[in-house]
Design a protein around this ligand. Sequence first.
Ligand code: NAD
Length: 342
Amino acid sequence: MKIAFFDTKPYDRTWTEPLSVKYGYDIKFFEHKLNADTAVLASGYGVVCAFVNDTIDNDVIDILYKAGVKLIALRCAGYNNVDFKSAYGRINVVRVPGYSPFAVAEHAAALMLSLNRRIHRAYVRTRDNNFSINGLMGIDLNGKTAGIVGTGKIGQVFLDICRGFGMRTIAFDPFPVENPDFEYVSLNDLFEKSDVLSLHCPLLPDTKHIVNADRLAMMKSESLLINTSRGALVDTHALIEALKSGKIGGAGLDVYEEEEEYFFEDLSNEVLLDDDLARLLSFPNVLVTSHQGFFTREAMQEIAAVTMKNIHAFETDGVLENEVCYRCDTNCEKKAGQKRCF
Ligand code: NAD
């Protein structure tokens, strides 16, 4: 099995190479992101391994299909970057549905705590021998309300963590879990009542800009918005306006609407051309990390293991448990008891 591995970073090789030896796979690691310009590199490879900021639209899928690619193995949970209608019937798509909800939930908690107690500013100050604490005051989280959008694997762990701080926990999800140990409320109530509002739903057409000007206006003036899910859940321009006018207390962002060009790259010698990102970085009450929520040892190990298992199942004509297609919710073949979606 020959695998073209796109958007490779050194840490990807660390976890993937030993497993490729175990499975006997021939992996070519490309540093380029997958897009219409680079897809041709996959010629002669049966499998493409891709990540969150790779572009897997109709043009790319056409090129991959013509190049003989049979499987796209996403090494991530989210799949909003894939045109599933274009892939259907031509290239199977598998993903890693859950690897460590703790990794992302704990990162969301780290953003919440750092932002609340201004740790990002204190760190810079003390390194400059500035031991003043003016402007660094936070609030007690105990007794405050944590609200989440999306009560899946990561959201539920985040709520558990918040309960550990003595916070009240509320949530919105159109598909509620049974017997929750938190309270479900309407989306508007969630925005109005939360002192910390954290996003844990996927990016879908109906969740794009779920945080918009109207909803930001509903939030408490001291509230913190945490986004570790996908950048486009938040309307960046509306967020910037809300921060400028003090409508919310701050934002902790591990993802950003236009992150593809920037996140995961060292651009410290370059001028930042994205004015919105530059504006976000200029606020004292905004903390940006570059999509590192998933980045723990345990998660990387699991991502590599499940990715290889997915590829092995495809190669050996096994059941593709982690396959996704645009008909999965309704009537794909796998739903009807077959091994694959088509
Ligand atoms: P999950 O599938 O377990 O849970 C997602 C939840 O969102 C489900 O309960 C679902 O019902 C809910 N949902 C669907 N539509 C909704 C809507 N319109 N409004 C509110 N909720 C809705 O997924 P998960 O493993 O908890 O991951 C959540 C998200 O976290 C992923 O979609 C991905 O975007 C993001 N993520 C980020 C990182 C990172 O490194 N920052 C890593 C992994 C995942």
